[in-house]
Design a protein around this ligand. Structure first.
Ligand code: GDP
Ligand code: MG
Length: 370
């Protein structure tokens, strides 16, 4: 069964964290905002707040509170979502391009691949892996700051001829902070005179102990440009995914996160979203951030029109009223009045937050002047 932090539960109910802590206290549960409570306890709290019908219903729509718990039978395996990180010029883009070409499902599609910031490949045997192409660690940080957890694991690209560099270390910190496992892809092994032991020892200095040194971090030597060992890397990712036992309920209204977005001259607001729960369908009404609209069209990274997108599939959606920001959540809702309600609720929240930030800024300014 699913667990939830007190803060998250409060957010979902649009209640103050302190109120939830108090409610828990009355129920004999001592918990702070950052602590996790189990689904049963969460449900009791929700009932406790039940007299505020409007709030609960708002939260209901806001985050699909009805389904705080997906039953075990409802949870089905989903593909892993992988973020590739590493120092500049160590081969992230090359590796993403090379992995994209391994897609057995996309081969016959031909077509020009669109750079939509995320794509899914099907490996031999039919298993799927989703890759997120963060244009830089900044995007990842921004998403994390918004509380969006999109990635299940990080593939850390380290160029064998260059070793551990500042952004390698940064990526290690990101993975640790996000509490996701890391797989090391030692890249450019096609180059002459590369020394894998050097890389291993440098990683060791940053508490990444690879398997060959007796640790539990998978390490896979690859060459992105020569397409060496890509199958091994995919195998490693799938193995790690198996350990993580990734699951989602596809039989519910879709929920997920905006990966990137833009205003397209011809097509209007376009958002790349990652479906994380439920199934998104063409024609669905969605709220993304504070924007909403009916999904007019849904496209994959090969520009193919899709009717449905299930958990872990990234898709481009058209039809939103405006451009949501990366890291914001989206949710499919049943009617326009609910869409408006959540959108207004989120706009209000955004204004409150901006006002609070402005207040804080004034405070510091005043402090500085004093
Ligand atoms: P990014 O900055 O991490 O995205 O790195 P890129 O993918 O842009 O690669 C930087 C440079 O390294 C480019 O010139 C690539 O052609 C080269 N490169 C990437 N992977 C390999 C590899 O496996 N072997 C060799 N020899 N060169 C590579
Ligand atoms: Mg790049």
């Amino acid at each position: 069964p699913e667990a939830i932090t007190v803060q998250e539960l409060a957010n979902r109910m649009a209640a103050r964290g302190g109120e939830v802590v108090k409610a828990l206290f009355r129920m004999g549960v001592m918990a702070t905002l950052t602590q996790t409570i189990d689904a049963d306890t969460a449900e009791l709290v929700v009932n406790e707040f039940g007299h505020r019908v409007r709030r609960v219903s708002e939260a209901d729509v806001e985050q699909g509170l009805e389904g705080v718990v997906d039953t075990d039978e409802e949870l089905l395996p989903r593909p892993p979502v992988v973020t590739i990180m590493g120092h500049v010029d160590h081969g992230k883009t090359s590796l993403l391009d090379a992995l994209r070409k391994t897609d057995v499902a996309g081969r016959e599609a031909g077509g020009i691949t669109q750079h939509i910031g995320a794509y899914q490949v099907t490996v031999e045997g039919g298993q799927k892996v989703t890759f997120i192409d963060t244009p830089g660690h900044a995007a990842f940080t921004a998403m994390r700051a918004r509380g969006a957890s999109v990635t299940d694991m990080v593939v850390l690209v380290v160029a064998a001829d260059d070793g551990v560099m500042p952004q390698t270390i940064e990526a290690i910190h990101h993975a640790k902070a996000a509490n996701v496992p890391l797989i090391v892809a030692v890249n450019k092994i096609d180059k002459e005179g590369v020394n894998l032991d050097r890389v291993r020892n440098e990683l060791l200095q940053h508490e990444i102990v690879v398997e060959s040194l007796g640790g539990d971090t998978m390490e896979i030597p690859v060459s992105a440009t020569k397409a060496m060992n890509l199958d091994k890397l995919l195998e490693g990712i799938l193995l790690q995914a198996e350990v993580l036992d990734l699951k989602a309920n596809p039989m519910r209204a879709a929920e997920g996160t905006v990966i990137e977005s833009k205003l397209d001259k011809g097509r209007g607001p376009v958002a790349t979203v990652l479906v994380q729960r439920g199934t998104l369908r063409q024609g669905d009404l969605v709220v993304a951030g504070a924007e909403w609209g009916r999904v007019r069209a849904m496209l994959d990274d090969k520009g193919r029109q899709l009717k449905e997108a299930d958990p872990s599939l990234p898709v481009e959606i058209l039809g939103l009223s405006g451009v949501p920001s990366a890291g914001e959540t989206f949710v499919a809702v049943e009617n326009e009045s609910r869409a408006r309600e959540i959108s207004e609720f989120r706009q209000r929240k955004l204004r409150d937050k901006q006002a609070a930030a402005a207040g804080a800024a004034r405070g510091t300014l005043a402090d500085m002047m004093a």
